[in-house]
Design a protein around this ligand. Structure first.
Ligand SMILES: C[S@@+](CC[C@H](N)C(=O)[O-])C[C@H]1O[C@@H](n2cnc3c(N)ncnc32)[C@H](O)[C@@H]1O
Length: 223
């Protein structure tokens, strides 16, 4: 019986150790309980670069429809960048075509007291980006949902390319671009936009689930 309890205890310990190792928090920036999993490294690097360039204006396409419940699934970037904006005197514009996504994201923005630094815009991202008039320091592309359907994949990839083209003239020499959901079958959301950017003087800093890019002659950091 003793041996059985011993094995059980080791099993339970190994289970929780495994969970702890897989848990990728942004602590102390965000409370430890939030697990950012595959996005932690790229969020951290993006925020490093945002610190370096003293980012002021952040645009996100596709808002945090699950609030902070979505750290592992959707990413919760509205709140991550909102928190960064609050600490760094910056501002986040997050745009979404779905009323429901906007409502849910707004609720989390309220819960986190980020209203002064985050504005949720209810619009098609292409219209919003086209009409946006300021220079953009961080552009985060994460709208049109990717899926296993090849037709949807193509539409999502085209949409993210169009988003980039719609705001391209508002990016400056040290702007930072982060694209979500890239390490997926057939190239993910970033396939076309990354190819376009690389052809037009951008370089990849992180090539993972999220892809992080700066211009070839980015002035800060040997990124
Ligand atoms: C994956 S979620 C965004 C997740 C969010 N960035 C986060 O980090 O939690 C994708 C969102 O894109 C929105 N979306 C889809 N097509 C869009 C479009 N044409 N313009 C703006 N938003 C769009 C959807 O309504 C959905 O809420």
């Amino acid at each position: 019986m003793d041996w059985f309890i011993g094995i059980l205890a080791i099993g339970v310990f190994a289970f929780f150790l495994g969970k702890f190792i897989k848990h990728k928090s942004l602590y102390p920036f965000m409370p430890f309980r939030y697990d950012f999993r595959k996005r932690r490294g790229s969020f951290l690097k993006a925020m490093d670069l945002m610190n370096a360039i003293n980012a002021n204006i952040i645009i996100e396409t596709g808002t945090s429809r699950e609030g902070l419940r979505g750290t592992k699934s959707n990413g919760a970037a509205t709140i991550v960048f909102g928190k960064w904006a609050q600490e760094n005197n910056a501002f986040v514009h997050s745009v979404d075509i779905s009323e429901e996504s906007c409502r849910n994201a707004q609720q989390e923005v309220d819960n986190q007291n980020l209203n002064k630094v985050v504005k949720i815009h209810h619009s098609d991202s292409l219209i919003f980006l086209d009409e946006f008039n300021d220079k953009v320091d961080l552009l985060y592309l994460d709208s049109y949902d990717y899926s296993s359907d090849v037709e949807v994949q193509k539409k999502s990839q085209e949409h993210h390319l169009l988003e980039f083209k719609a705001i391209e003239d508002k990016l400056h020499e040290n702007s930072v671009v982060l694209i979500d959901d890239c390490d997926l079958p057939n190239g993910g959301k970033g396939k076309l936009v990354i190819a376009y950017m690389v052809k037009n003087g951008w370089r990849i800093v992180i090539d993972a689930y999220q892809v992080l890019l700066v211009r070839e002659d980015f002035a800060f950091d040997k990124a």
